[in-house]
Design a protein around this ligand. Structure first.
Ligand code: ZN
Length: 384
């Protein structure tokens, strides 16, 4: 990469160095950094918040006493003045521009372990805030030199196998809906689930079925399989029935996050609480907000689910699979989706419609559905 200008600026007062290597080219739809701030969370966690104008695309690397967050298609903020709270692990923040990538380097007082995925959240704009990439971490063991070397040699090539849990709805004593021709939902969805597993395994995903035969499982059990397997994505497969036999088409759902219940209301509180991090010491927050903070992660999961579901709807439509009239993604409080794993519930079509009942039974249409789902998984950004 060729640089026309190179600026190094140090603001010593706040222990913050800023390096801007400004590229010659100007990239389209460029993201920018609004603010960077830190705060202390319960359990002596450090929270690092990077606020950006657009949804951030990021990767995270670790070096000894450093966390390096690389944001693609992002430019440095020359006026960035990080707000670093006392009592956190972050000593200073540095911006390094390299081409259209911006690295935010957090220099730490102590080493940390790689941050678990459920401690990394992207929040959508609300109130005065733009998009926020939120990282929570505690002091841990240093990332070894081996890990560091490996990272340098394998830049941008992730060897991580993404884990997908496929849930074939119903089963055993619960047939699900039954078509006029006698086709049972539990049979159709199990067949699609198995085909999907085979396909995903063949292209390098790690997949698990919640059930691989005609067994009855409670919804909570299904959801907990996603958590136990540390799934990156949970897909619950179903087929629909409608009193109107003319009704047909697929539909995609994510867990509702509207304030339709108490938990949903706490989410909104958590969203606000996340940005009070400049306040030193968590004790200053009320107990209610402290409880609500756990639902902040649920909010992050909801966002990832929404992202997946939108992409999924797109691929179904691209493959000319009939869509049920209405919005691309719907939301409802499905118990099976209540977990820390991003996911969606796919109604693959209507068994109550005789035309679709035939399709859903046919192997060729099941393969088409599987292809659409595989595409949606391959294009889903697992790291956001
Ligand atoms: Zn169902």
């Amino acid at each position: 990469m060729y640089f026309t200008r190179r600026t190094i600026l140090k603001i010593t007062g706040v222990g913050f160095a800023f390096f801007a290597f400004l590229p010659k080219m100007v990239f389209a739809a460029t993201n920018t950094i609004r603010t960077v701030r830190t705060g202390v969370q319960p359990g002596n966690k450090t929270r690092l918040v990077i606020e950006t104008a657009l949804r951030p695309n990021y990767s995270i690397n670790y070096e000894t006493n450093k966390i390096i967050i690389t944001l693609s298609n992002t430019t440095a903020n020359n006026y960035l003045n990080p707000s670093l709270a006392g009592g956190t692990l972050v000593k200073s923040i540095t911006q390094v521009q390299s081409g259209n990538k911006l690295q935010i380097i957090a220099d730490l007082l102590k080493p940390v372990n790689a941050i678990p995925k459920d401690q990394i959240m992207v929040l959508s704009p609300n109130g005065d805030n733009d998009y926020r990439l939120v990282l929570d971490f505690v002091a841990g063991q240093s990332v070894t030199n081996n890990a560091k070397t490996e990272k340098n040699e394998n830049k941008n090539t992730s060897s991580k196998k993404y884990v997908i849990v496929i849930d074939a709805g119903h089963g055993g004593k619960d047939p699900g809906c039954i078509g006029r021709g006698g086709t049972k939902e539990k049979v159709v969805v199990l067949s699609v689930a198995k085909k999907l597993k085979t396909k995903l395994d063949s292209i390098g995903f790690q997949t698990y079925l919640t059930r691989s035969n005609d067994t009855y499982l409670k919804l909570g059990q299904r959801a907990s399989i996603g958590e136990k397997k540390h799934a990156d994505l949970f897909l619950s497969l179903h087929a629909n029935a409608n009193p109107s036999r003319a009704m047909k088409g697929f539909s995609i759902y994510t867990l509702s996050e509207k304030a339709s219940d108490e938990e949903a209301q706490k989410l909104a509180d958590a969203e606000n609480a996340a940005d009070k991090i400049e306040v030193d010491g968590f004790e200053q927050f009320s107990k209610d907000i402290r409880i609500a903070l756990s639902s902040l992660q649920q909010h992050a999961v909801a966002e990832m689910s929404e992202e997946y579901a939108k992409g999924c709807a797109k691929h179904f439509k691209n493959m000319k699979i009939t869509q049920q009239p209405g919005p691309d993604v719907r939301h409802a409080p499905f118990a099976v989706l209540r977990s820390t794993v991003p996911g969606a519930l796919l109604e693959l079509g209507h068994l109550s419609n005789s035309e679709e009942e035939k399709l859903l039974k046919s192997s060729s249409h099941q393969n088409k559905l599987v292809d659409a789902i595989v595409k949606s998984i391959k294009t889903y950004n697992f790291d956001v």
